[in-house]
Design a protein around this ligand. Structure first.
Ligand code: FAD
Length: 546
């Protein structure tokens, strides 16, 4: 295929990194527009995070109905069998998408992008991959997702363990047999909760090492029959998909349109009860509209959560560890996750909880680990220790800007982007679902499409205007970073050490990693930016080169 972009001597018009929802959408749409596009992924196949996160129980916390592309040609022919589908079904979904969109033919798998340099003469990127090849492109689009860099803390003796040790995000594709095994799980984040639930059913012993209790939410999972799916599609799907762009986090629902602070105690209790019965993320982002900013409303939400949760934990000694009297941090400012039988696990004889505040991990040993004064022995050690979220996948690529310094160096003292999609010093490089965009606060496929549409339009506009080089200004990036910081400072989020603030990574600058103003506000800003001719970007026309 020949290049569509006038005067582009590179191998491709566009090189995309990442075959998740975002990268595949770019591939399909740009290719349909006639661009010469290629896609590279380190994973063995399409699916993004669902290739890596194949641990038992790995599933979404968004309902399947909106955890898919909005194209009716796709959703009309696709049924998830559960309200919250698991990774195996998500992989089947990506197979199905490929059967309609024919994506794999333009993808290279098992290949990691390691670095890139920008050629100022041709305005193209040279992209290096770990197979030793270099590929050139005019536009370099990074769709590396928010979880491309799994993190294991630097425990003493980490390499000495003789059993099977794995991070949840690097789970072996062939699986791990947990039946009758002694399993240690370090961490209680979203992935940990899912693994613990499954392990509790078949392992001889599951020992859970908890630093901070996860203020989880009942998933209220259910199977969906073919008939139910047909009914949902007829009655709800289009409305849910249309609603995404008008709701704070790109879901099918939004915050309750009233502040808890403005309600009588009875009214407040009634709404809490109703949203709790709905469960899922509705309890987090469909609750009173002041819970993430008003400390009293937030505490009321926490107290409700604590009392409901304690009812399920038989051992009173565990109440204080799993659902403490006082909140460990404001409710919802660390990402809560959905659970199914998480608390019931701790009522079983084969599941033990170790509170790392009282018994910190001293070191990993050949047989297991030492925490407090106790020595634990395991067959399998699971690091459910999270990710260098949002920016980690980008900065681990040694992409050098026009001054020869890479993204990691540019962002060391603070991330600078314009609109959460481009950074000064990196012309023709764009990123999706990345830092200072809604990313971690937005349903994945929603952002892949809505932020993705902006990017596709941007590239079309650049092509139509014969722009060979587009770069954001320092001033625009500084203003955008300040804007995101100002918004988060008006909320309760800064009161917790969460990955939203990069606080789970030693040495990472503490700053909000996502745009916290909500998707509708974000879309309004970026779309106005486009209508106004992209202020904050500087352009060099192709004609200037000749
Ligand atoms: P991803 O799906 O993360 O895809 C990124 C791809 O880039 C990966 O395949 C990776 O291999 C590739 N890549 C990265 N770096 C390189 C490199 N240097 N070279 C080559 N390839 C590279 N979001 C929700 O909205 N709802 C949920 O319920 C939800 N649940 C989640 C559960 C888990 C366990 C995890 C880990 C994430 C979850 N997410 C959820 C977030 C999820 O990341 C998004 O939903 C969605 O996958 C984002 O799509 P993406 O295309 O942006 O990135």
């Amino acid at each position: 295929m020949t290049n569509k972009i006038n005067g582009n001597s590179a191998d491709y018009d566009v090189l995309i990194v990442g075959a998740g929802f975002a990268g595949l959408y770019q591939l399909k749409k740009l290719r349909d527009l006639g661009y010469n596009v290629t896609l590279v992924d380190a994973a063995p196949d399409i699916g993004g995070v669902w290739q890596w996160n194949c641990y038992p129980g790995a599933r979404v916390d968004s309902i399947g109905a909106i955890y898919q592309y909005s194209d009716p040609e796709l959703w009309k022919g696709w049924d998830y069998s559960e309200k919250f589908p698991d990774h195996t079904e998500l992989r089947e979904y990506f197979d199905y998408v490929d059967s309609k969109w024919d994506l794999r033919k333009d993808c290279t798998f098992n290949t990691r992008v390691t670095g890139a340099t920008f050629d100022e003469d041709t305005n193209t990127w040279s992209v290096a991959t770990d197979d030793g090849k270099t590929t050139t492109c005019r536009w370099f689009i990074l769709c590396t997702g928010f979880a491309a860099k799994p993190v294991v803390p630097d425990f003493d003796g980490k390499d000495s363990f003789k059993g099977i040790a794995t991070h949840t995000g690097l789970w072996p594709q062939e699986g791990i047999d947990m039946k009758g095994k002694r399993i240690g799980v370090i961490g209680t984040g979203a992935s940990a909760v899912q693994v613990i639930q499954e392990a509790s059913k078949e392992a001889a012993q599951v020992t859970v090492f908890q630093r901070t209790p996860n203020l989880t939410i009942p998933m209220r999972q259910k199977k969906i029959s073919k008939d139910e799916n047909a009914k949902l599609k007829e009655e709800n799907y289009q409305a849910w998909l249309d609603a995404r762009e008008n709701n704070f986090a790109g879901f099918e629902f939004d915050f309750y349109p009233k502040a808890a602070a403005d309600c009588t105690p009875e009214e407040r209790e009634a709404v809490f009860r109703e949203v709790w019965e709905t469960g899922a993320f509705n309890w987090w982002l469909g609750n009173f509209n002041d819970v993430l900013a008003n400390p009293e409303s937030n505490l009321a939400q926490y107290n409700f959560w604590r009392d409901e949760t304690r009812k399920r934990i038989k051992d009173p000694a565990l109440h204080e560890v799993l659902a403490p009297t006082a909140p460990p941090h404001p409710y919802g400012v660390k990402r809560p996750c959905l659970e199914q039988w998480f608390y019931e696990c701790f009522n079983q004889n084969n599941v033990e909880l170790v509170d790392l505040k009282r018994e910190p991990i001293e070191r990993i040993t050949k047989e297991g680990l030492i925490a407090g004064d106790r020595e634990f022995e395991f067959d399998i050690l699971v690091y459910a220790t999270g990710f260098d979220a949002v920016s980690g996948g980008l900065v681990q690529i040694d992409a050098k800007g026009t001054d020869g310094r890479n993204l990691a160096a540019h962002w060391k003292d603070g991330i600078k982007t314009h609109l959460g999609m481009a950074s000064p010093g990196f012309p023709n490089l764009l990123f999706l679902y990345g830092p200072q965009s809604p990313s971690g606060f937005c349903n994945g496929p929603t952002c892949a499409e809505l932020q993705g549409d902006w990017m596709i339009r941007f590239i079309q506009d650049m092509t139509d205007r014969d722009v060979a080089r587009a770069e954001v200004t320092e001033e625009a990036a500084e203003a955008w970073a300040k804007g995101t910081h100002d918004i988060i400072n008006g909320t309760l989020f800064p009161q917790a050490n969460s990955w939203y603030l990069g606080a789970n990574i030693p040495g990472k600058k503490r700053e909000v990693l996502v745009y916290p103003g909500g998707l509708p506000s974000y879309l309004e800003i970026v779309n106005t930016n486009r209508e106004d001719g992209y202020p904050g970007f500087e352009f060099e026309r192709a004609a200037a080169l000749t």
